[in-house]
Write a protein that binds this ligand. Structure first.
Ligand code: ZN
Length: 562
């Protein structure tokens, strides 16, 4: 059965046999054991986050998996995982995976937010230190993450624990790795995999960067299309600002040139490079072979770039999922080859939504792009008769948090908020809008996340020191990118289930596999992994709860007083 809370570990638990033969001083160095029946703990935790891998994609293609995703479907399968909060973006989503907390506690309320009081008034990136750089030339940092990750907690209790975090995006690697990471590497265009300034690249990073740069500099042939992708292979035209883009029948062919790196990132080759780096670090660092449990997090980012560039229901995503399965198969093979007892978990930072142009062709007449008038700076101009410059009035996007600018002072702020509230509420594309006070007054949500109200979802994304003065939710299937987009054509970020639902999968050698349709949360991953390695958490320490991964009579969650 599943139990919710734990007391913090002060020392690894000991098996009964060990207790008879070992002195206490020796026992402290013995690897932690799982809390159920003295089963040995895994020596290596591996968490893979596939950026934008929705439950919809997982279910659509799971019958075709033969590689790493197939292995994971043979373990504990929770198809109804939830990034429960409203702001279903990359940074908040990744902040939940290894902390066990919703963004309301991690502080990562969005990819970007506005702050007019700090060292650099204006737009702030979630994974930067704004005291050091500009928004455009930012300095990557973990300073905004308000809680520790599992690896960081384990490392604090036992310095022999090693933590490694690699990803295609800095925000993914940083939010999963936390504040104490032995190896932290993320892709930076034009530079390859980089880390915080001053860190020395191990040989694995140098080798992968050289291979990636050589690959980007060469023409790339079309990827083969699996037979099962052909049914959805169909061109769809999307009118953009400067061109008409045809998507839906792409194969990732590429020519060298200024666009080659971005095209490479939005192709299966990117995940192959990320996983290649992870595999090399597993081997070079001998992860899982140390005295203590090691923790590796891997952020596979290509699915997200492909979703934004081509939508989710064309040949491009189908080919990507097939190649992701193959690439993750290489990761699993490398882990198997180490002989280490490892636990592999996989989830995603958020789901996704297809382009409205194709959704309307496939039984979804309500699909549309957001009206230009709802973009905050345009809506601000409508509020402008109140007496301030409209362009400086409201900040944010057409969806999610909206901040009132610093030029609006005193009682004018209330007037601006009320006027904006009325304009949003009157718009036929808006589902709901709440003031910060309304969200702050709501209790922290509990219970199954599929039954949460919109206000609950907003509350789980709310941090009073960072959140907007208003939060705006567009109606379902309204894409928050206006017509004639400049670049990306599809996106996520809504409070609706197509953006919230992600698979949560666990595999370990010898696991009795099962499938559980109950809605669970990505914040449950951390306490579940913590329990497996015998790392105890205090009551209320994290938002998530332990999921019992034993499909039989055993229980991988520690039994404690309720
Ligand atoms: Zn993402």
């Amino acid at each position: 059965m599943m139990t919710r809370w734990y007391s913090r570990m002060v020392a690894p638990l000991m098996g009964p046999l060990m207790a008879q033969v070992c002195a206490v001083a020796t026992l402290m160095a013995v690897p932690a054991v799982a809390a159920d029946a003295g089963a040995p703990a895994p020596k290596l935790i591996v968490l893979v986050s596939v950026d934008q891998f929705s439950t919809d994609l997982f279910q659509q293609y799971r019958s075709h998996f033969t590689g790493g995703l197939r292995r994971l479907t043979e373990g504990a399968v929770f198809p109804n995982g939830y990034q429960s909060h409203a702001a279903t973006e990359t940074c908040p989503g990744h902040s939940t995976l290894m902390t066990g907390d919703h963004p309301a506690r991690t502080g990562i309320i969005a990819n970007d937010w506005y702050s007019f009081k700090g060292p650099r008034p204006g737009k702030i990136y979630c994974a930067e230190d704004e005291s050091k750089g500009s928004y455009k030339a930012y300095v990557p940092s973990d300073v905004h993450l308000k809680v520790p990750t599992l690896g960081e907690r384990m490392k604090a209790a036992d310095p022999e624990v090693r933590t490694v975090s690699v990803a295609g995006k800095d925000r993914a690697a940083i939010m999963m790795g936390g504040h104490a990471v032995d190896e932290l590497w993320f892709w930076k265009d034009g530079q390859g995999f980089i880390s915080y300034e001053g860190r020395t690249a191990p040989a694995a990073v140098t080798a992968v960067n050289e291979a990636a740069m050589a690959e980007i500099a060469k023409p790339a042939k079309e990827y083969a299309e699996p037979e099962w992708c052909k049914a959805i292979d169909m061109p769809v035209a999307v009118e953009r600002k400067d061109d008409v883009l045809t998507v839906g029948n792409g194969r990732f062919a590429r020519q060298p040139g200024p666009k080659a790196e971005a095209q490479w990132r939005a192709s299966p080759a990117f995940d192959a490079a990320i996983v290649d780096l992870a595999v090399r670090l597993i081997k070079d660092m001998k992860l899982g072979h140390g005295k203590s449990v090691d923790v590796l997090t891997v952020g596979a980012s290509a699915t997200d770039y492909i979703g934004h560039s081509y939508g989710t229901e064309g040949s491009e995503m189908c080919i990507q999922v097939a190649n992701l399965d193959r690439t993750l198969g290489k990761l699993v093979a490398a882990l198997d080859a180490t002989g280490v007892d490892y636990v592999l978990a996989l989830s995603a930072d958020h789901g996704g939504n297809d382009i409205p142009e194709r959704e309307r062709l496939r039984g979804m007449p309500m699909a549309a792009r957001v009206d230009d008038g709802l973009v905050s700076e345009n809506l601000g101009k409508k509020v402008a008769p109140l007496g301030v410059d409209g362009a400086e009035l409201l900040f944010g996007g057409g969806n999610g948090d909206v901040w009132v600018g610093p030029t609006v002072a005193g009682s004018w702020r209330t007037k601006v908020v009320n006027e904006a509230l009325a304009l949003y509420r009157a718009d036929p594309q808006v589902a709901a809008v709440y003031t910060a006070a309304e969200v702050a007054a709501a209790p922290a949500p509990t219970g199954a996340p599929d039954a949460w109200s919109l206000l609950d979802r907003a509350r789980a994304s709310f941090d009073p020191s960072r959140s907007g003065d208003l939060v705006v939710f567009l109606k379902p299937r309204i894409t928050a990118i206006p017509s004639k987009p400049a670049s990306y054509i599809a996106t996520h970020g809504s409070p609706w289930d197509y953006d919230r639902r992600v698979p949560i999968l666990f595999w370990r050698k010898g696991i009795t596999g099962f499938e559980q349709p109950l809605s669970v949360e990505t914040v449950d991953i951390m306490p579940t992994l913590a329990a497996l390695v015998g790392f105890k958490l205090a009551l209320g320490d994290v938002d998530g709860r332990c999921l019992d991964l034993d499909g039989g009579s055993g229980d991988t969650c520690p039994v404690t007083a309720q």
